[in-house]
Ligand binder design. Structure first.
Ligand code: SF4
Length: 615
């Protein structure tokens, strides 16, 4: 029995696909840029819950991410004293199979189950059934639980050092983008108490702070120390704007570091009313000064406020989105279909209210009663929860019996909504460019010298790299309305920033050619015909003295050979980008020094990154 190391793992592959045949691990393809034709971003992410656990216990840890069954069996055979599984409800069939295997082959191992899979498991099964599979169903914050179980000090601060980066890009640019987006969790839980929300239930309507403003900025600085090209961090918290003091302190700390102001922004979370209140109390300008560059906002529904959801009762979502966009802040808007009040008379009105917000990225889902939530208990009492397999319990679950709509209608409406947004506003990449141009203009007009002299640089660079996509967007626009938006964005770029450099022009042509080739190659064999699969990874948190305080605290291994076909595409992409960067650099910088300007180095850096960067 291994007692000086523990194993943490995600469920084993294969993963179920989502109803629109998307991958569970591709957050941009399945939702944020879903429906954008070839401009949808394909992306990968990591299991951060396990990384946070592994970083915050003293005992060495092996962490399996997306293991295949044989990788998992190999580790179980080592006979760990503790194996922890972090899972979502959608994985529970696999999780129970994994637990059965551990029980049969390493009966003394204690099994822990955490995350929202644990919440659903505890709600669905009686105690006896739970014990058959799992020794500890971990609900709430897991670090404290694990430290207690291991007999460690529970009060030391939580760290999240240089966690693996996620990455995304349109498939015609790079099907296997490198990680380019950092990830941190500043807080868990929300006092909001919305009945459908698994988070508010999980943390008993409380917020647990994981990173103070100082710790947060220190962690971002550490990322920058290791990855000079990193320009964006995804920061999990249910609603940063409910905690104005945290935001204000972050702003003070952020503004002290010009490198951050100039080179990095972060994606936070907010809600319509709390953003509005924050702006009323601190001024709209204070929002971008916190370093925030994008906000996830759960609009949920035009009518949510009048049906008891406090976060959207006072302000008009359209105004809040518009105001944020005018300052260069991108939005990830979320809308839900299938409320009890939804019927054929109001569902399109509701959807069009959301479309009018013009979110930069979007998440349209169905109201899904996750086991363990208040909504689930209520619908169960009313006999309105259908018996669906675990693989269908997710944001697009059809497990709810609607009052006025057929089950299939809610799924169709979300798919229609994605299409409507694409055909109305164009792809998210275009919307990002439009908002980023606003940001540049806003900064140049700002009285705050930090915004004018430094944050403006961040916007300018981002505009220049995204501008290169306009040729492809013009060619493949879904209609004339969107094509005209593309042309207008180009005109605005030239007005505000100036004529694109010859390097940008050449790269843009290259991107357009790639798009054409990609379209032709996938005409009869769509690139997203099969959901994307992630490789298995093994992270070793060895915790030995060779790892210094600011080092990356883990070693990454690939336990399986990457399939030859994928390896070939990845190698070819690496080579192509390297050659392209060299060619551009030689042609426009070394040979014709007259073309040197401040945008070309940004373009070359983005080529080196081989990833879309961030939201
Ligand atoms: S405001 Fe958002 S995070 Fe908070 S309870 Fe409601 S849905 Fe959940």
């Amino acid at each position: 029995m291994i007692t000086n190391r523990i194993l943490l793992t995600t469920p084993t592959f294969p993963y179920p696909s989502l109803p629109a045949n998307d991958s569970l691990t591709d957050a941009t393809g399945q939702r944020f840029t879903h429906g954008d034709d070839i401009f949808s971003l394909v992306s990968h992410t990591h299991c951060y819950a396990n990384h946070i656990l592994a970083q915050n216990i003293n005992i060495p840890t092996t962490l399996l991410e997306y293991p295949r069954w044989n990788n998992f069996v190999e580790e179980v055979d080592k006979k760990y004293g503790i194996i922890g599984i972090s899972a979502f409800p959608v994985h529970l069939d696999t999780v129970m199979k994994m637990c059965t295997h551990i029980r049969e082959n390493s009966p003394e191992t204690k099994i822990l189950l955490g995350s929202y899979g644990a919440q659903a498991f505890a709600a669905q099964y009686d105690k006896e059934t739970q014990k058959k599979y799992v020794d500890h169903v971990v609900l709430g914050e897991g670090v404290r639980f694990l430290r207690e179980l291991l007999g460690e000090d529970t009060d030391r601060p939580i760290q999240q050092k240089v966690m693996p980066k996620c990455g995304g890009a349109p498939a015609f640019i790079n099907k296997y983008p490198k990680g380019g987006l950092g990830f941190l969790v500043t807080g868990l839980g929300c006092p909001g108490g919305c009945d459908f929300c698994a988070t508010t239930e999980m943390y008993k309507k409380k917020r647990i702070e994981l990173l103070s403003p100082d710790d947060f900025v220190n962690h971002v600085e550490l990322y920058r120390k290791h990855f000079k090209n990193l320009s964006s961090i995804f920061v999990i918290e249910e609603d940063h704007f409910r905690h104005p003091r945290w935001l204000t302190k972050t702003k003070e700390r952020w503004e002290k570091n010009v490198d951050l102001v100039k080179n990095v922004d972060w994606t936070g979370f907010g809600s319509v009313d709390f953003i509005w209140h924050y702006a009323e109390n601190y001024g709209w300008d204070a929002i971008p000064e916190t370093g925030i560059g994008a906000v996830f906002i759960g609009v949920e529904s035009k009518f949510a406020g009048e049906h008891g959801y406090r976060k959207v009762r006072e302000a008009d979502a359209r105004e809040v989105f518009h105001k944020l966009h005018s300052m260069g802040i991108r939005t990830l808007g979320a809308w839900i279909c299938g409320w009890d009040y939804h019927n054929h008379a109001n569902m399109y009105e509701d959807l069009n209210y959301f479309v009018a917000c013009k979110p930069t990225y979007q998440q349209l889902t169905r109201l899904s009663p996750f086991p363990g939530t208040e909504l689930w208990r209520k619908l169960k009492d009313q006999g309105r929860v259908c018996d669906v397999p675990w693989e269908d319990v997710h944001f697009w679950s059809g497990s709810q019996k609607n009052i006025s709509l057929e089950t299939h209608e809610t799924l169709n409406l979300t798919e229609y909504g994605y299409d409507l947004i694409y055909k109305t506003w164009g792809p998210s990449i275009l919307r990002k460019l439009e908002v980023t141009l606003n940001g540049y203009e806003f900064c140049m007009d700002s009285d705050n010298p930090l915004m004018r002299e430094h944050r403006s640089e961040l916007y300018k660079g981002s505009c220049a790299t995204t501008w290169g996509m306009l040729g492809a967007m013009d060619r493949f626009a879904p209609n004339g309305v969107v094509r005209r938006r593309v042309i207008k964005a180009d005109e605005r770029f030239r007005d505000l920033i100036g004529e694109p450099t010859p390097m940008m022009e050449m790269l843009s042509k290259n991107i357009e050619e790639r798009a054409v080739k990609f379209k032709m190659a996938h005409m009869f064999n769509p690139y997203n015909r099969r959901p994307r699969e992630e490789p298995a990874k093994r992270y070793l948190y060895n915790k030995d003295s060779s790892i210094k305080d600011d080092d990356i605290p883990y070693i990454t291994e690939y336990p399986n050979k990457i399939p030859k076909k994928i390896q070939k595409i990845m190698n070819r992409n690496n080579l192509k980008y390297r050659i392209l960067a060299k060619l551009l650099s030689y042609k426009f910088k070394l040979k014709s020094s007259k073309h040197i300007n401040d945008l070309d180095p940004v373009i070359l850096r983005s080529l080196a990154g081989q990833s879309y960067g961030g939201f």
